[in-house]
Design a protein around this ligand. Structure first.
Ligand code: SAH
Length: 217
């Protein structure tokens, strides 16, 4: 099967899984996912599967990317904070939909590779930072949307604080030892409202207490 027909099949799978937002579908149709997949996995770029990337992390499966992005209801004037750049694929999808993406990744090596991909694809509305994403990005807060791409123990409180009133965050949260639920959190004048969007699997969000010596250089 050619890459183009694989891509068309993926778009059909996305629709079947409930992704109906045309802007999200179009962004995913236009981005070459194979530019983000690791060597040796290019032929799986349009399969709905998570793929291994460097630093023992994984690239999120495309249907999860589509569902998370759709749940964020992103407008083209918005500023979006992403925690966990990884391969940079989800970052690129977000960047096609909003004004600017601020993305934080704790592994410098992953970030450096992702930055090269953004440059090659001339995605110029992405600002990157190496560091601990559980701390958010104070200087740029508040954000209208926040996308957390690794599973937290609970909704990270600092990220909730950095969400604008009326803003939305999607975050996978542990639910018992083996299950994770994707939550959508809306910040209102009164506090936080949470919707459960269903089960999904992610690599863990490494908590803020991690020592610097644990970080990849
Ligand atoms: N959206 C990415 C997902 C990568 S997996 C993709 O599709 O490629 C989640 C990423 O979150 C990993 O790269 C991991 O290193 C990163 N991560 C985990 N905890 C983090 C933290 N506290 N701060 C920043 N990044 C973190």
């Amino acid at each position: 099967m050619s890459p183009d027909s694989r891509k068309i099949r993926l778009i059909m799978d996305l629709r079947r899984a409930g992704v109906s937002d045309l802007r999200v579908l179009q962004a995913m149709e236009r981005l070459p996912r194979e530019a983000f997949t690791p060597d040796g996995f290019r032929d799986q770029a349009y399969e709905d599967t998570a793929l291994p990337i460097a630093c023992r992390q994984t690239m999120t499966a495309p249907i999860a990317v589509g569902l998370m992005t759709q749940a964020l209801e992103i407008g083209e004037r918005m500023r979006v904070l992403e925690i966990g750049t990884g391969s940079g694929y989800h970052t690129a999808v977000l960047a096609r939909l909003c004004r600017r993406v601020y993305t934080v990744e704790r592994h410098r090596d992953l970030l450096a590779e992702a930055e090269q991909r953004f440059a090659r694809l001339t995605l110029s509305n992405i600002t990157t930072r190496a560091g601990d994403g559980t701390l958010g990005w104070r200087e740029q807060a508040p954000f209208e949307r926040i996308c957390v791409t690794a599973a937290a123990k609970d909704v990270p409180p600092i990220l909730a604080e950095q969400l604008a009133v009326g803003g939305l965050m999607v975050v996978p949260v542990d639910h018992g030892p083996r299950e994770q639920r994707l939550l959508r959190v809306r910040r209102t004048e009164q506090g936080l409202e949470t919707d459960d969007l269903g089960e999904m699997r992610f690599v863990p969000l490494v908590p803020a207490t991690v020592r610097r010596s644990d970080m990849a250089s």
